[in-house]
Design a protein around this ligand. Structure first.
Ligand SMILES: [Zn+2]
Length: 130
């Protein structure tokens, strides 16, 4: 499997993630990332609110078996109200799809989001303003 090296994300998708994270603060939000993969690039174009997600003060749990079989699902994004954007061991164990994104408080700028591939390596994020 080719390693993902760049994640492109539409500005409005990023803004929607920040809005959700702010609304649920100090709890965590969790959303499903949808988009397309082209060789080593993943382009995130929209979000799904996962069914039956429970938003907690720890990891936002998600019944993974409830997710639709959908090849446009690229992974998950969740928020870290602490502002620390490192992936915890719980996060790594709950890796789903091709990438994992984490947004950290205060959920304002491109500095507040990180992406990891399935090897736990940080990957570059490019925001598309359009
Ligand atoms: Zn986490």
């Amino acid at each position: 499997m080719a390693k993902t090296v760049v994640v492109l994300i539409d500005r409005e998708v990023l803004d929607s993630i920040f809005i959700s994270a702010k609304q649920l603060y100090p709890k965590e939000t969790i959303l499903v990332l949808r988009g397309k993969k082209k060789r080593d690039t993943i382009h995130i174009t929209d979000l799904l609110v996962p069914p039956l997600a429970t938003y907690g003060y720890g990891f936002a749990n998600l019944p993974f078996h409830m997710l639709p079989m959908d090849f446009s699902i690229m992974g998950l994004v969740h928020s870290h109200p602490s502002g620390n954007k490192n992936a915890s061991s719980v996060d790594t164990n709950n890796f789903y799809g091709r990438i994992m994104m984490i947004v950290g408080f205060p959920y304002e700028t491109e500095q507040d989001i990180v992406a990891y591939n399935c090897y736990g390596e940080k990957i570059k994020i490019q925001v598309i303003n359009e």
